[in-house]
Write a protein that binds this ligand. Structure first.
Ligand code: GCO
Ligand code: MG
Length: 402
């Protein structure tokens, strides 16, 4: 069997997605996601100009060799653009292999380690009351784990709030929207939010929170400590992780579990945090870190240190990534939780899939492959729209982390 054609499909059913379709000379095809939020066309060019011409004529069964070819062969290693392009190829090849075997992808990975995949939803509101109500709505929908993000008095458009409820979508304009950030107000507010949530919903529901890289290490330590009574499932991206030593400081001050890694793109970004036992959950997902082939290496390294997985699953990760991640989650022994931000109905229609949500869990489907397809004629009805992620500034105008 040979790869006979490769095509990148860009579509915007509510938001932009970049999808790779690899075709074989025997009629089978595989689908991979290459979406990089706010930088989509860079990956399209990388695939079209540099990757796809090298794939034609290759044996699609040689997933590992093609991965190594694209990683080592570029000479310029890692980075979000390269690794997303590699992920798209890798996932499309696993899709082909599993279709050929007539098996759902999780079977090829080693089979089922669990019956269902625990997910968390993203509840948000413009203020404390609205956020408490939003968490209640998720619990009513059956969620057992909910991440709470709230507008803070004087900070209304920060990460996680003010851009829709079920389908939270931050990339809102062609050029970046400017938002304002205030750390003191935030640090005063968050413990009050979780006081209210535990008082209202008790301890049964798992609660999570995403700091979205906005604190310094010592501020993050203080927040983690102040949230200990509220028994969070995790505190996410408490400080930017370029300087991984920072997590040693946070760790020394708090037992609140820490999750990091949605912006990581290789095992090298995760290695020190995992080996130093500085985090509890690793957030890298299929599209972010070179596909199933590489994510599985990260998970195996993490398992040695009792670090569990918590794959990123925001709306900018297409249903193709969600499908592939669910097969990975169904297999991976050290699974923790899966993020599940729902896609719009337009997105779901463009990407027919066989995974389903039931009572707080997602279930990978049993059709051969990863179970997600693309309806190309429908996709063509939603042309690409430039959309950027917002930026944040402190009140004096200083650029901050959004
Ligand atoms: C999350 C994330 C996202 C990112 C988004 C950027 O935990 O879900 O932080 O919402 O902001 O994926 O494109
Ligand atoms: Mg996050």
């Amino acid at each position: 069997m040979k790869i006979s054609a490769a095509r990148v499909i860009v579509t915007s059913p509510g938001r932009n997605f970049v999808t790779l379709k690899l075709q074989t000379d025997e009629g089978l095809y595989g689908i991979g996601d290459a979406t990089l939020n706010g930088r989509e066309l860079a990956v399209v060019a990388y695939l079209n100009d540099h990757v796809l011409p090298c794939l034609i004529g290759r044996d699609p069964a040689r997933i590992e060799d093609i991965w190594q070819f694209l990683y080592r062969g570029a000479y310029w290693r890692r980075g979000p653009v390269t690794m997303r392009a590699i992920a798209a190829v890798d996932v499309a090849l696993w899709d082909i292999k599993a279709k050929l075997a007539g098996m759902p992808l999780y079977q090829l990975l080693g089979g089922r380690s669990r019956e269902r995949v625990l997910v968390y939803g993203h509840a948000n509101g413009e203020d404390l009351d609205a956020t408490v109500d939003a968490v209640g709505r998720y619990i009513d929908m059956g969620y057992r784990a909910v991440r709470a993000q709230s507008g803070v008095p004087g900070v209304t458009l920060a990460y996680g709030v003010g851009r829709g409820t079920l389908n939270y979508e931050p990339a809102d304009a062609a050029l970046p929207t400017e938002t304002a950030w205030n750390t003191s107000r935030y640090l005063d507010f968050v413990p009050r939010l979780f006081d209210r949530l535990r008082a209202r919903f008790g301890n049964e529901v798992e609660l999570l929170h995403d700091v979205h890289h906005r604190l310094t290490p010592m501020e993050a330590a203080r927040l983690g400590r102040s949230l200990e009574p509220h028994r969070l499932f995790w505190l996410e991206d408490a400080t930017p992780a370029e300087n991984q030593e920072a997590f040693r400081l946070i760790r020394a001050h708090t037992t609140t579990p820490l999750a990091v890694g949605e912006v990581f793109n290789s095992i090298w970004d995760c290695k020190d945090l995992i080996q130093g036992q500085l985090i509890d959950y690793i957030r890298t997902t299929v599209v972010g870190a070179g596909g199933i082939t590489h994510l599985r290496r990260i998970a195996d390294l993490a398992a040695l240190y009792q670090v569990r997985t918590g794959c990123h699953g925001a709306t900018d990760l297409s249903p193709v990534t969600m499908g592939a991640a669910l097969h990975f989650d169904t297999w991976v022994p050290n699974f923790g939780i899966q993020e599940y931000m729902r896609h719009t109905s337009e997105t779901d229609a463009v990407f027919p899939h066989d995974y389903r949500f039931e009572r707080g869990y997602l279930f990978a489907g049993d059709s051969p492959g990863h179970g997600v397809d693309i309806d190309e004629s429908l996709a063509a009805r939603f042309p690409y729209k430039p959309a950027s992620l917002p930026i944040a500034r402190l009140e004096d105008g200083t650029m901050w982390n959004w």
